[in-house]
Design a protein around this ligand. Structure first.
Ligand SMILES: [Zn+2]
Ligand SMILES: [Zn+2]
Length: 225
């Protein structure tokens, strides 16, 4: 586990990242990784002298199984409230089961599914503050209800989910194979570039630290007008 800035930790679970944020109101998890990995999240919590009961909030970026894999288990054991966007909530709660986009995601979805969970708080605004210190920015495209979160700490930490990916200090497009609308996903990167933040972390790929927003602006400047 790696500390990105004070109290913000990145835990790699296979090919996907889970983020643990220590706040005055307990631990906030941003996404929960691949299914059946909650033991690893628990070990990550222990590493920072926390336990499952310290998790008070789970912020979900979107409904894909590699991000919501342990949310049902964690919610049940910690009593944490789960927050997601209204457009993705019915998938996370199991009310609807869309056929995944792309052959590989379709195959994977047959062997690996995330247990559905109740959503305690739904995001509907384009921009809102679901919990103190975190701004939720609706960044559709990867999924309709994809949300990125901006934490007001260390001059701004962006949790970009799958809207973008960090690679060798640069910001590149997020994974597109499973994207609902790849062009809209890129426009959402441009939307994030209008905010201000010093650090950025991603669902996949490596964190960008130091003027991270400039890397988003570079990406946006290369988009078709
Ligand atoms: Zn995804
Ligand atoms: Zn993903």
């Amino acid at each position: 586990m790696r500390e990105i800035v004070d109290g913000v930790f990145e835990l790699g679970l296979g090919f996907v990242n889970v983020h643990l944020v220590v706040t005055d109101d307990g631990v906030v998890l941003v996404d929960t990784g691949l299914p059946r990995r909650s033991k690893q999240i628990e070990r990550g919590l222990l590493e920072i002298r926390k336990q499952i009961g310290d998790v008070r909030t789970v912020l979900l970026t979107h409904h894909h199984f590699d991000h919501i894999g342990n949310v049902a288990d964690l919610r049940q054991r910690s009593g944490a409230r789960v927050i997601a966007h209204a457009a993705d909530a019915p998938v996370i709660s199991g009310a609807i089961r869309p056929e995944p986009k792309g052959m590989l995601p379709r195959l994977i979805s047959r062997v690996m599914t995330a247990e559905p969970t109740k959503i305690d708080q739904v995001i509907t605004a384009d921009e809102s503050e679901p919990i103190p210190g975190f701004t939720a920015v609706h960044t559709p495209g990867h999924t309709r209800g994809h949300v990125s979160y901006l934490l007001d700490r260390a001059d701004g930490v962006l949790f970009a989910g799958d809207t973008a990916t960090g690679k060798d200090g640069a910001v590149i497009s997020g994974p597109k194979r499973a994207a609902d609308d790849p062009a809209e996903q890129d426009r959402s990167v441009a939307k994030l570039a209008t905010h201000n933040f010093e650090h950025a972390v991603f669902g996949h790929g490596t964190a960008v630290s130091g003027k991270a927003v400039d890397r988003f602006r570079e990406f946006a400047s290369g988009l078709p007008q």
